[in-house]
Design a protein around this ligand. Structure first.
Ligand SMILES: [Zn+2]
Length: 502
């Protein structure tokens, strides 16, 4: 059935209680695929990174990628999961052209990691615990490109192209337990969970987790139950949502759609749905198969995975400081609020600021430049802060030049401009562009004398005790020196020459 009329979000929440499940796929950054030695490098010519194993040719046998298992265990440990002593891969049988083996090698009832949790912080500062059901290993499929249709979907297409370079790239699927008790904040919890998980994956160094590149994607499962009841309703599964904002919007839309269907006496069908970025809505995909439809059975070509306890403990020792803990520590060190920290995080500025501080800059100065001028330039160019052609060491050097009085903020911005334009290091740019502040008595004194001589009426007011009028003369000095004067020193010299106490 189609629903055109949604009920309002508040109305939906007045009658129903949302239950969510989030399934996140993370593409690992291993050098080779999960079961063969093919490269995982992005951007290669279609079907140039394939072999008999990942093409499913007769007689080809898979071998497990140890680095993939290692990443899976580290993710499991970071999510506070138990790690299986022994587990197997399973075949998930179905036909689709992007999967040449006719089955996906996955894990079914024996995941490598299970029973964990991830604490996420909401915007009001409250911490919400999301329970993790399991994290299991599997492989990605190839990529279909449907040609000739209007939307890039298969409907209306004249033909399809297949690229198997992605087939066999290791994936970790992380599945939450049903998330209950979030109420009206369910969409916010979904977004915060995926955001925190992405930070965690990046901190572990197992994937770049770039959602816009499909390296991390989220299925949002959602159902409603009448308020005050226990039994879960029928769920819908919105597939492959690929931005944080979309995760939140998809959950919100489904709450409103389910409520509309249920309150008009309709029935929710268990199905997959597609999320549309442009309208913020979802449309029906296919009616969901049950697990038994896939005829899962243990993969006979692979030996079971039995990580020794020693190895698991070795891997536990490699875990980095977790992102939420690190952010709390940095907030304290930098003396900023939770809200300010959130802005730094959203700007992708945490690591650049940390590196700039390590290179010797005070935290407030490092934050000022990365969140100000540099964020503005990155935004203009539509790139990440880390893609700018300036290093944290160079930013620290600019902070030092400002601190020692060689540059003021305006000259520092010009220095940044020069570094970004490839004119050299900060010192080289200052030298080449002649940006050093004018503070020597000779040059500055001459500019001060000229400013006084050129504005006799202002000078007279200052002599008469109107000290604040000195601002106009400082302005004249700055103008004469093209903004390169040390303003504080200029003001001092003006007052001295006019015989007034500052
Ligand atoms: Zn291969």
């Amino acid at each position: 059935m189609t629903v055109t009329e949604l009920v309002s979000y508040d109305e939906a929440l007045a009658s129903y209680d949302p239950v969510m499940g989030l399934e996140v796929h993370v593409e690992l950054g291993t050098r080779t695929k999960m079961f063969c030695g093919c490269s995982t490098e992005l951007g290669a010519e279609a079907n140039s990174q394939v072999c008999p194993t990942c093409l499913g040719l007769p007689g080809a046998l898979p071998v497990v990628n140890k680095a993939g298992v290692e990443s899976a265990i580290r993710i499991g440990l970071a999510l506070n999961c138990s790690i299986a002593d022994w587990c197997r891969f399973a075949r998930k049988n179905y036909f689709y052209p992007d999967m040449p083996k006719n089955f996906q090698t996955s894990q079914y009832d024996e995941p490598i990691a299970f029973d964990g949790y991830l604490d996420v912080q909401l915007e009001d500062g409250e911490v919400f615990r999301v329970e993790i059901e399991r994290a299991h290993m599997e492989e990605d499929t190839g990529k279909s490109t449907h040609v000739g249709g209007a939307t890039g979907r298969i409907h209306g297409a004249s033909h399809s192209l297949l690229d198997y370079n992605r087939a066999g790239i290791p994936l970790i699927e992380i599945v939450t337990k049903p998330i209950v008790g979030a109420g009206e904040r369910a969409p916010e919890v979904a977004k915060a969970y995926v955001a925190e998980l992405r930070e965690l994956i990046k901190a572990l160094g197992v994937s770049e987790a770039r959602m816009e590149m499909g390296q991390m994607r989220c299925d949002v499962n959602l159902s409603l139950r009448p308020k005050g009841t226990e039994k879960f309703g029928t769920r819908s599964e919105t597939k492959n949502v690929n931005s944080l904002r979309s995760v939140e919007r998809a959950a919100r839309f489904e709450i409103q759609r389910h409520a509309a269907v249920l309150s008009s006496g309709g029935t929710i069908i268990q199905e997959t749905r597609h999320f549309h970025e442009d309208t913020g809505s979802t449309t029906s995909g296919r009616v969901k198969e049950e697990a038994e439809d896939y005829r899962y059975f243990p993969e006979p070509d692979l030996v079971p995975v039995a990580p020794s306890r020693e190895w698991v403990e070795e891997l536990r020792a490699t875990l980095p400081e977790l992102p939420r803990v690190r952010r709390m520590r940095l907030r304290e060190e930098w003396g900023i609020s939770a809200h300010e920290m959130q802005s730094v995080l959203n700007a992708g500025a945490v690591d650049p600021i940390v590196a700039t501080v390590e290179a010797g800059a005070p935290a407030d100065q490092a934050r000022k430049w990365w969140m100000g001028e540099l964020a503005r330039r990155a935004n203009e160019d539509g790139v990440e802060l880390t893609a700018l052609a300036i290093t944290p060491e160079q930013v620290a050097r600019i902070c030092a030049l400002v601190a020692e009085g060689s540059l003021n903020d305006k000259l520092a911005r010009q220095t940044i401009e020069g570094v970004l334009a490839g004119e050299g290091t900060p010192d080289e740019v200052v030298e080449k562009r002649g940006l050093k502040i004018v503070s020597d008595e000779g040059a500055l004194g001459k500019a001060v004398d000229e400013a006084i001589a050129g504005n006799p009426d202002v000078a007279e007011k200052i002599r008469g005790g109107k000290v604040q009028a000195a601002g106009a003369l400082v302005g004249a000095v700055m103008k004469a020196t093209r903004g390169q004067a040390d303003a504080a020193r200029a003001r001092q010299m003006i007052l001295e020459r006019l015989g007034v106490e500052g």
